[in-house]
Design a protein around this ligand. Sequence first.
Ligand SMILES: [Zn+2]
Length: 139
Amino acid sequence: MSTPTPSPAKPLPIPNTETAPFWDAAREGRLLVQRCRACGEHIFYPRLLCPHCMSDALEWVETSGRGTVYSFTIVHKAPPGFRDEAPYAVGLVDLAEGPRLMTRILADDLDRISVGLPVEVSFTSAGGGIDLPVFRACS
Ligand SMILES: [Zn+2]
């Protein structure tokens, strides 16, 4: 009789000085993005300079947590660390504020997920003090 192979650990984000405000807010159930004080654009992922006008005058702002599904896929053959969760959906969500982010999309019935579906953020603990934003269909 063989011993089952333990599942490999999932990779976790490692906060740094640029991303710490995002992860700190996620632990509080808030989804932050950066906004450029020079041109007003909202920015995600976190960075030092605005990709629209190159200003370094960036501030953190809380989003509505609402968006729509831009694209998605259903993962049936998951990578190590995620195999126990398959099938699951990952996709690109356009936030109401503009930025597009890659995320897990949760649904009781994965067949309910579609392009253009209104979704809202919630947070799930990934361990190690990291809470990940995920999105599910607006009720
Ligand atoms: Zn800008």
